[in-house]
Design a protein around this ligand. Structure first.
Ligand code: AVI
Length: 320
């Protein structure tokens, strides 16, 4: 089976992920040090993200789930039965079943770069929907993906919940939307979650919760670097910070050095002055116009938009 033979992670002779090392070393050499947010998600980071979705201040998961729970009839009417639902990411145990039970899909095709997550999620889903054909695909969905032959004739519904699109800068988000359109074809629909611009205090506390779960999630990146890239970063010298950056309409997460520090990673030396930061994540927020503009730039036409009762989060249906 060629699908399971594809190696999507490129390890060197010491078992180090080359892309991780390259991103970290390049990022630490920049004027504004920065490491891409995708590296948060080792085993511990994935668990911490799960925990974040349950903290009081982090509203996006609950708000989006509320929309999925309450708008099922409208989804069914606009989307219709029989589509192949292509989920970008291996799926959430709560959100995906809500969508699938609302619309009578013809099949379910989860795409994920991690085969392990993918198989676990596919098995879970098959158990919940015994009659539904499930075709998991191990792939980097930021690029165009060739879907299984079994779904080639079915019209597709792309599903991209969670406002993960917000973790990309506009250029990358646009490229992804265009690639999704290519993956899904001319008859496709896309149901995509986008978090909304709102009161700054509410946004900041969602990314800096009182329990410190988000702080632990951010700090875990340093622990991961030390473990996987033979680093000696003094983790305790750093603190978590979440900032609202108005011109970009985004929350930025940073790791702030609280004193002057020097450290090595993969044999290379770095120093930071007190107050200097490593930028670790962007989480863009949208309003009606910026959401529509982003979709149009990505070659999708907005059809309908839903929000939760408190208008914190939006789920948008678009057509190719
Ligand atoms: C995965 N992503 C949509 C989350 C977000 O809200 O941007 C990641 C996250 N970072 C801190 N808290 C949650």
């Amino acid at each position: 089976n060629t699908k399971t033979d594809i190696r999507l992670v490129d390890l060197d002779e010491d078992g180090v992920d080359r892309a991780f090392r390259a991103d970290v070393l390049t990022g630490l050499k920049s004027d504004q040090k920065a490491i891409p947010a995708r590296w948060f998600y080792d085993e511990r980071g994935s668990q911490l993200f799960e925990d974040i979705t349950k903290v009081e201040e982090y509203y996006p998961t609950r708000a989006e789930t509320e929309i999925l729970r309450e708008r099922g009839d409208e989804f069914a009417k606009l989307i219709g039965p029989g589509r192949a639902v292509v989920e970008f990411g291996s799926g959430s145990s709560v959100k995906t079943p809500l969508l699938l039970s609302a619309i009578e899909p013809g099949s379910y095709v989860p795409l994920d770069i991690s085969g392990e997550f993918l198989r676990a999620a596919a098995a879970d889903l098959s158990a919940k929907f015994p009659g539904l054909p499930v075709y998991p695909v191990e792939a980097d969905f930021t690029k165009p993906v060739e879907l299984p032959a079994e779904v080639s004739d079915a019209p597709k519904l792309g599903f991209f919940p969670g406002s993960t699109i917000g973790n990309m800068v506009a250029r990358t988000a646009t490229d992804l939307l265009r690639n999704m359109r290519e993956t899904l074809g001319d008859e496709a629909l896309l149901l995509i979650g986008m978090d909304l611009i709102k009161d700054e205090a509410m946004l900041k506390s969602a990314y800096d919760d009182a329990e410190g779960v988000t702080a632990a999630f951010n700090m875990n990146l340093l622990t991961r670097i030390n473990r996987e890239l033979d680093g000696d970063i003094p983790v305790d010298a750093f603190r978590h910070e979440a900032r609202w950056v108005e011109p970009y309409a985004r929350i930025e997460m940073h790791l702030v050095a609280q004193e002057d520090v020097t450290f090595t990673v993969s044999g290379e030396s770095f120093s930071m002055q007190a107050g200097e930061t490593i930028h670790t994540e962007n989480s863009h927020k949208f309003d009606l116009r910026s959401a529509n503009m982003m979709l149009l730039a990505g070659r999708w036409t907005p059809v309908k938009r839903w929000t939760d009762a408190e208008e914190r989060f939006s789920l948008i249906l678009a057509r190719a």
